[in-house]
Each structure stands twice: as structure tokens, then as C-alpha cells.
Design a protein around this ligand. Structure first.
Ligand code: CTP
Ligand code: CA
Length: 268
């Protein structure tokens, strides 16, 4: 399958991909964020669409145009990403949705919508995703409180520290709620340490998250964020591992979809 980068081996499949990095507000002008560029998620979406999938890209703070044929749902925080991923992956209206009408954006045209627009897909074609890929870097913590007005120097409210609370684990929630037959793919950026090497940590994470596949980045050398080249290992829950050699993120995306398509092909 590797040679046929444009083989329509994902046609008829609905895939939902998260990309980018969430931002957690401190006040109206400041946030806690991370360095995820969204490039690998964008490449995954582009390649999946080229191979025939219907693709929804839930994008957290990525300043890139929608890939051709891909519907992009823009989000900012982990909570917004959680709501968008929940409704897009299940194909059901989120219980927390506003009931607002979605914008019509079917077909192969690039389209944009907000997180709100993504919630109810009341056009009769919504169904669970076949594949869900969590490539986004989700903030593990957020500020416990968000100031309603800008924090100022010198005032009585001048902060000396930031209290943080844990964000929900979106991936674990998606695995827990997944419809039958849905393949769930996680990402992990790992470094080796005294406790174990990169793959040892990754295997433990795969089991902890309950995902089918975990795409592992070795970030020991600190050379992944914002770069166009990437190198990963795709671990599977059944114990298999596929090493993807260093290459442009489109090539890495194609190799990841090869592994996914092979598994999806065994589903009805
Ligand atoms: N993830 C998520 N929600 C979170 C944190 C992570 O959905 N609140 C997802 C990421 O999108 C990724 C996977 O979980 O697909 C692994 O992320 P990672 O940060 O490596 O895992 P954590 O469980 O947060 O572990 P760590 O303490 O090593 O950061
Ligand atoms: Ca984390």
C-alpha cells in the first residue's frame, strides 16, 4: 500500500483528526500554550482526503488554510476541542450543544466552521467516524480561574503564582465512548529517562489510554516541533510496531494511513 499514496483506500471512510495545540486563557489577553505547529495533523488530513476519506479536522490554534476537501473546525481550549471531538467522532449531537444550526458545508469544497457550528449535524448524514486521530497537543492543565479583565502590574490583584487544574483527558474519553468498530489513534511525544526508553514509555501509554494505535515521536533530540520532517514508530495494541523512517510530514502521514487503512480494511 505504501507505493499507492493516492490509492482511494480510505474512500467511504469518515475520519476525524485533531491538530495543533490548545490555549488555556489566564485573562482576556494571555494564555498558557504549547509549541505544536499543527503541521503533522494537517498532513494527515491532506493525505486522508487525497486517499478518498471524508475528513474533519478539529484545529486548535493553527494558522493554516483548510486542506482541499477538508472541513476544518477551529477551537481554542481543551474544553472546546473536547466538545468538538466528541460530537464529530460520535456523529451525535453533543448533550452540551447549543442546538444552533450548522452551516451547510458538505461536498468536496474546503469549508470552515466554528466549534459551535460543529455540534449538531442535523442533515441526516452524520454517522460515527471510522477513524479518530488525536494529533493535537492538549494542555494537561489550565489556570484554575480566568480573570475577567486584564491582570495589571502593581494592583491589589497582581498575581504571584498561577494555580492550575487538570484538564480532562480527551483521548481516554473518546476511547470510553467509542462506537463499535471505530479505530482510535493517539500520538505521544516521548523521551527516554531513568525509568525506561522511549518505546517502553510509549507501550505503557498505549495501554493506559486504551487506543488501537499510538504514533510515537522520539523528542529526545528536541527536533520535532515546527519542523517539516518527522520520524515516528506506530505501536499497535496487538504488540506490533511499524517504524516510519525520517521524512517529510506528508510521507510520515502516508505511512501512518497505510497502517490504519490495513486495519480499517478488516472492518465491514
Ligand atoms: N491527550 C488528550 N487529552 C489530554 C492530554 C492528552 O486527548 N488532556 C491525548 C493527546 O492528544 C495524545 C495522547 O493523549 O494523542 C497522548 O498525549 P500525552 O501528552 O503524550 O499523554 P498524557 O497522558 O498527557 O501524558 P504526559 O503526562 O506524558 O503528558
Ligand atoms: Ca500531556
Amino acid at each position: 500500500a505504501g507505493a499507492g499514496a493516492l490509492a482511494p483506500d480510505l474512500s467511504g471512510r469518515r475520519v476525524v483528526i485533531s491538530a495543533g495545540g490548545t490555549r488555556e486563557p489566564l485573562d482576556p489577553v494571555r494564555f498558557l500554550g504549547n509549541r505544536s505547529s499543527g503541521l503533522q495533523g494537517w498532513a494527515l488530513a491532506r493525505v486522508a482526503a487525497a486517499r478518498g476519506a471524508e475528513v474533519v479536522l478539529v484545529a486548535a490554534n493553527v494558522d493554516l488554510p483548510a486542506p482541499f476537501g477538508v472541513r476544518v473546525v477551529r477551537v481554542e481550549t481543551a474544553e472546546e476541542l473536547r466538545l468538538a471531538m466528541s460530537s464529530e467522532s460520535s456523529g451525535r449531537q453533543s448533550s452540551e450543544s447549543s442546538g444552533r444550526q450548522p452551516s451547510e458545508s458538505s461536498g468536496r469544497q474546503p469549508a470552515e466552521s466554528s466549534a459551535q457550528d460543529a455540534l449538531p449535524l442535523a442533515r441526516g448524514e452524520a454517522r460515527p467516524a471510522d477513524v479518530v486521530v488525536m494529533a493535537a497537543a492538549v494542555a494537561d492543565f489550565r489556570p484554575a480561574t480566568v480573570a475577567g479583565s486584564k491582570l495589571k502590574k502593581g494592583g491589589a490583584a497582581e498575581p504571584s503564582s498561577v494555580e492550575l487544574v487538570r484538564n480532562p483527558d480527551v483521548l481516554v474519553e473518546l476511547v470510553a465512548a467509542r462506537p463499535a468498530g471505530q479505530l482510535v489513534v493517539g500520538f505521544a511525544a516521548e523521551t527516554g529517562d531513568a525509568e525506561g526508553d522511549v518505546l517502553t514509555h510509549a507501550r505503557a501509554k498505549l495501554a493506559r489510554k486504551g487506543v488501537d494505535l499510538l504514533v510515537v515521536n522520539d523528542v529526545s533530540a528536541g527536533r520535532v516541533f515546527g519542523r517539516t520532517e518527522n520520524e515516528v514508530t506506530v505501536l499497535a495494541a496487538d504488540g506490533s510496531a511499524t517504524a516510519v523512517p525520517a521524512g517529510r510530514k506528508d510521507a510520515v502521514a502516508a505511512a501512518i494511513w497505510d497502517v490504519v487503512a490495513d486495519r480499517v480494511a478488516r472492518q465491514p
